[in-house]
Design a protein around this ligand. Structure first.
Ligand code: TXA
Ligand code: MG
Length: 345
């Protein structure tokens, strides 16, 4: 199949073209503020099943539905708690996915048979225009092949999906760079299933303290089932193995320099970019600038593929603000292979 690249030169025409492909059961790579998604008509079972094939995605990993406004929540969800409406009013469009009870109309192909569904309203003009023009909720996981780092520009999308899907809409690089924050609102208390583009602190300012699912910070025990099925898979991983080093920047830079050799790839903060002579260095932003790190972390992970790099070390921000999401993606890319240099660690 030839994959069409749709540019946003004429935005209304581009949205209409992408919407026509979606309505006909096709797959379209769509820009969002977080990462590019691989979209299909979320009410069309056959189209949704094609997403799983194109990604090589395990059959038990549900998809989220993308809607153009909070008013659509009632079409797909039941027993919507007041918190969900409050959060939608404050943070949508934006990088927040809420897990809610689903209505019957949502196909099993989307939820993988769960009684719940994830819903999000993306903050990207092209995504919103396409969804509105299609007139259906768009089911869209991140647009990478399963296990690969998520795509944060149209070129990444094509790297993974060229020839497998009908089209990619080029909306430029993603402004946030890590996926949405996932909050489960179906239990007694709200629970964070995945840290993402909306900091946990912003949610806690509205809801009070939120339980963080164990899968966010720790590897799962053998046979353990996480609440977000996707958290159990090795993820975001480049081909070379990754080791994450946590602790103060100067300490982690020294540790990495002592362990690196020719052929080592290094993901580091800007301050340390010159500390690793002879290595393949990918700075991802200043150590204090977690927003910049979020924008660049997936591109850095991807950039080692196709190079001679055989091992990767990464500096890692502390778990505050967007640092929680950046650290989670790095640790997952490393399969939780972590060297902790913090005092007392
Ligand atoms: O920012 C994002 O969320 C991007 C863009 C494209 O919107 N999408 C995205 O989708 O990251 P995906 O499929 O790569 O990640 C969604 C995660 C998976 O880990 C999945 O297991 C979990 O959400 N999930 C989906 N539906 C769920 C449900 N009903 N209950 C618990 N977890 C769910
Ligand atoms: Mg994904």
């Amino acid at each position: 199949m030839k994959t069409e690249l749709i540019t946003m030169a004429a935005p209304a025409r581009a949205a209409e073209r992408a919407a026509a492909i979606l309505r006909a059961g096709g797959l379209v790579g769509l820009p969002t503020e977080t990462v590019y998604g691989l979209g299909a008509d979320g009410l069309n079972e056959a189209a949704v099943r094609r997403i799983f094939e194109a990604k090589g995605r395990p059959q038990d990993n549900p998809l989220i539905l993308h809607v153009p406004e909070a008013a659509w929540l009632d079409r797909y969800c039941l027993d919507i708690p007041a918190e969900a409406r409050d959060l939608a009013a404050r943070f949508w469009p934006g990088p927040l996915t809420m897990i809610l009870k689903r209505r019957e109309i949502v196909p099993d192909a989307v939820t993988c048979g769960l009684e719940t569904v994830g819903v999000r309203c993306p903050d990207h003009p092209a995504a919103l225009a396409v969804i509105r023009a299609a007139g259906v909720p768009v089911a869209a996981p991140s647009g990478n092949r399963s296990g690969r780092p998520s795509p944060t520009c149209a070129a990444h999308m094509l790297e993974d999906m060229d020839g497998l899907i009908e089209a990619v809409v080029d909306g430029g690089p993603c402004g946030v760079g890590v996926e949405s924050t996932i909050l489960d609102l179906t239990g007694e208390r709200p629970r964070l299933l995945r840290p993402g583009g909306l900091p946990l602190e912003a949610l806690e300012a509205v809801l009070g303290q939120i339980t963080v699912d164990r899968a966010v910070t720790s590897p799962l025990a053998a046979g353990e089932r996480p609440r977000a099925p996707g958290m159990k898979y090795r993820h975001y991983a480049p081909k070379a193995p990754v080791t994450v080093v946590t602790g103060a920047g100067a300490d982690t830079a020294r540790y990495i320099r002592d362990h690196a050799g020719p052929g080592t790839g290094i993901i580091c903060f800007d301050e340390y970019a010159d500390s690793f002579p002879g290595c393949a260095v990918r700075p991802i932003g200043a150590s204090a600038d977690t927003a910049e790190q979020a924008r660049r972390v997936f591109d850095a992970l991807r950039s080692f593929d196709g190079t001679a790099v055989t091992a990767i070390y990464a500096q890692c921000p502390p778990d505050a603000g967007l640092g929680l999401a950046v650290a989670n993606r790095l640790k997952k890319a490393a399969g939780f292979q972590i060297v902790a240099l913090e005092e007392g660690a």
